[in-house]
Design a protein around this ligand. Structure first.
Ligand SMILES: C[S@@+](CC[C@H](N)C(=O)[O-])C[C@H]1O[C@@H](n2cnc3c(N)ncnc32)[C@H](O)[C@@H]1O
Length: 190
C-alpha cells in the first residue's frame, strides 16, 4: 500500500475545511496581530519549527491550573466569555482563520486577565504536542462531526437547551436568523 502523503516538513497531509483568510484586516487588527500574537501564542506547534514533535510544558505556559481548550473559536466570543467566568482556568484557543484570531486579540485587549493562549492554526497539530490527558474540558461549537465520544443525553431538554453558562455566538445568531434550530450536544470521551 502506498505511504500516506506528507508535507516536506514531515507533517501529515491534512485537509482543512474552511478559510484561513477572509476580508482585508483593519489597521487595528493588523496592529493586534503584530503586537500581541507572539506573546499569546502557545509556541512551537508547527512541524517546521518542531519536527521532533516535542511536547509542551503546560505549567510553563499557563501555570498550575486546569486547562480548557476551544477548537475553532471563530470570533472568540465564547472563549473570552469562558475565560472571564473562569479566571482560575487556563485556556488554549485554536483557530486557523486569521481574521478570527485578530478578532479574539481585540477582545483580549479589553479583558483584564492573562489566562488565554492561542494556537493560530490547525488543532490537529496541537494534539501532537499536548501531553496525554492534559485537557480537562474541550469546547467544539458548530464543528464537523467527531468520533470515539459518547453523547451525554437523558432527555430532549439536553439537546434543546444550552448549558448554563452558554453565550450565543455569531454563527448561532446567523443560524437563528436563517430559521435553523440549534441543538446542544454534550459528548464524553469513551
Ligand atoms: C462553523 S465555524 C464556528 C466558529 C465558532 N465555534 C462559533 O460557534 O462561532 C467553525 C470554525 O472552526 C474552525 N476550524 C476548522 N477546522 C479547524 C481545525 N482543524 N482546527 C481548528 N479550527 C478549525 C474554522 O476556521 C471556523 O472558524
Amino acid at each position: 500500500m502506498a505511504d500516506k502523503p506528507t508535507h516536506r516538513s514531515g507533517a501529515p497531509w491534512r485537509n482543512m475545511y474552511g478559510r484561513t483568510k477572509g476580508n482585508k484586516l483593519r489597521a487595528s487588527q493588523q496592529e493586534w496581530l503584530a503586537e500581541d500574537l507572539a506573546d499569546l501564542s502557545v509556541g512551537a506547534v508547527g512541524w517546521e519549527i518542531n519536527p521532533e514533535r516535542q511536547q509542551f510544558e503546560i505549567k510553563k505556559l499557563l501555570g498550575d491550573r486546569p486547562l480548557w481548550l476551544e477548537v475553532g473559536f471563530g470570533g472568540g466570543e465564547h472563549l473570552v466569555h469562558q475565560a472571564e467566568g473562569n479566571p482560575n482556568v487556563g485556556f488554549i484557543g485554536c483557530e486557523p482563520y486569521i481574521n478570527g484570531v485578530a478578532m479574539l486579540l481585540g477582545k483580549i485587549r479589553k479583558l483584564n486577565q492573562d489566562n488565554i493562549r492561542i494556537h493560530p492554526g490547525d488543532v490537529r497539530d496541537l494534539f501532537d504536542v499536548l501531553p496525554e490527558a492534559s485537557v480537562e474540558r474541550t469546547f467544539l461549537l458548530y464543528p464537523d462531526p467527531k468520533h470515539e465520544f459518547t453523547w451525554r443525553c437523558k432527555g430532549a431538554q439536553d439537546w434543546r437547551e444550552p448549558w448554563g453558562d452558554w453565550i450565543s455566538t455569531r454563527y448561532e445568531q446567523k443560524a437563528l436568523r436563517e430559521g435553523r434550530v440549534p441543538h446542544y450536544l454534550t459528548f464524553e470521551r469513551i
